[in-house]
Each structure stands twice: as structure tokens, then as C-alpha cells.
Write a protein that binds this ligand. Structure first.
Ligand code: DX5
Ligand code: ZN
Length: 220
């Protein structure tokens, strides 16, 4: 995988101007839409749900990367496929039968992702690495945008990259939380493929330029 990707997190968008912000991402150098779904149980916050995703998907012209921060995600796999999700990421910590969940996501025609919390060791994924299209390494505790980046993430990226290579897998590594122009280069150098950026993009003066700046930084 040579080209590195930027996925703006819609969680940080202006929900009263959602179509404007979706169009901004469409026209920008961004690669994916990152959509955070929170249930107030798996994480201590509630974001937005199906009707909002359906309306985003109506206007989005790029890959829709859905990050489920919910308990028992198996209940909603088909729903999220029908809503237009291209990638569906579930949390390792929320899945008792992760292998089965991954197969169910793929059976609905989506790419299957697994997100891991900051305390979860990447080595726990080795036995399913060939079944995972994307690993989302949380670089903050999930639940809120705008938190600061956890430095231990670089080490996790390097270890995961080794696991992927050792198993001949083509899994993408995504980093989610606290991504800025200060850590982007170091993350891709460590082996990351996709950087999610919420606050850094949407709280900046010119989000389109900020996305362009991040793309320039991570160009290989
Ligand atoms: C956190 C979410 C992230 C969040 C990132 O629980 O999964 O995707 O939107 O936001 P920033 O870039 O502001 O940390
Ligand atoms: Zn996310």
C-alpha cells in the first residue's frame, strides 16, 4: 500500500450545516468519510445514528468508513450495509465472537475493520489478522473528539505492521484520535495507512487547506 489516506471525522463537523461540510470533504483532497457511531454504553457519549448517516451517504461521494463504538454490534451489521457503509469497524472489546462478526460484515459486502482501545494489545489480533481489512488503533480513549494523542501509539503501529507483514496480510492500519500536522508524518513512517482527523480539520480556519496540508505531509 503506497498511497496514504486522510479520513476527516464528521463528528467534528457543524451538524447544522452538515451538507455544506459533506460537500467540503467531497471537493477536498480527503480520501474517506469517517463516521463515529456512539451508543452511550460502550463509550460515555452518544453521537448520532442511522437517519444522520443515511443523509450523509446521500451526499457523500467518497468511501464511507463507519466506526461503531457500540455494544453488540452484530445486531446492526445489515442496517449499516443498507445505509451505504463501505467499511464497518467494530471494537475488539465489544465482540465475544470477533471472527464470526468479521465474516458477517464481509457477507454484507463491506470491508471489515477492528478498532482497539489504547489498553488493548495489538498482538491479540494475530490469529485473525488475515480476516481483517482494517485495524483502527485508537490513539485516544474513544467517546470524544478533541482529545490529546497518546504517544504509545507509535509503538503499537510498528508492532502491528510486523504482525501484518509476518502473516502476509494486506490489512490497512488506521489511526484515530488526536491526529495533527505534528504527529502525521511519524505515524505513516511507523506504518500507518489511514489517518482520521476530526478537530484538527474542522476547528481550523480553512478545513480544505488543512486536509491538503495533511495529505502533503503524509505523501510518500
Ligand atoms: C473518538 C472518535 C474519533 C474522533 C476523532 O471516539 O472515534 O474518530 O472523532 O476526533 P479528533 O481528531 O478530534 O481526536
Ligand atoms: Zn472514530
Amino acid at each position: 500500500m503506497s498511497s496514504k489516506l486522510i479520513a476527516p471525522s464528521v463528528l467534528a463537523a457543524d451538524f447544522a450545516n452538515l451538507q455544506r461540510d459533506v460537500e467540503m470533504i467531497n471537493k477536498s483532497d480527503a480520501d474517506w468519510f469517517h463516521i463515529d457511531i456512539m451508543d452511550g454504553v460502550f463509550v460515555p457519549n452518544i453521537s448520532f445514528g442511522m437517519p444522520v448517516l443515511r443523509d450523509i451517504a446521500k451526499h457523500a461521494s467518497k468511501t464511507i468508513d463507519v466506526h461503531l463504538m457500540i455494544v453488540d454490534p452484530d445486531r446492526y451489521i445489515k442496517t449499516f450495509a443498507d445505509l451505504g457503509s463501505n467499511i464497518l469497524t467494530v471494537h475488539y472489546e465489544a465482540c465475544t465472537h470477533l471472527h464470526r462478526t468479521l465474516q458477517a460484515i464481509k457477507a454484507e459486502g463491506m470491508k471489515a475493520g477492528v478498532a482497539i482501545n489504547p489498553h488493548t494489545n495489538v498482538n491479540l489480533l494475530e490469529d485473525v489478522i488475515n480476516d481483517i481489512d482494517l485495524v483502527c488503533i485508537m490513539s485516544v480513549n474513544p467517546g470524544f473528539g478533541g482529545q490529546s494523542f497518546i504517544e504509545n501509539t507509535y509503538k503499537k503501529v510498528e508492532t502491528l505492521k510486523e504482525i501484518i507483514n509476518r502473516n502476509g496480510a494486506d490489512t490497512l492500519i488506521e489511526i484515530d484520535g488526536g491526529v495533527t500536522n505534528k504527529n502525521a508524518k511519524k505515524l505513516v513512517d511507523a506504518g500507518a495507512d489511514v489517518l482520521v482527523a476530526g478537530s484538527f480539520v474542522f476547528k481550523s480556519e480553512n478545513p480544505t487547506h488543512t486536509i491538503k496540508e495533511l495529505k502533503e505531509i503524509i505523501k510518500t
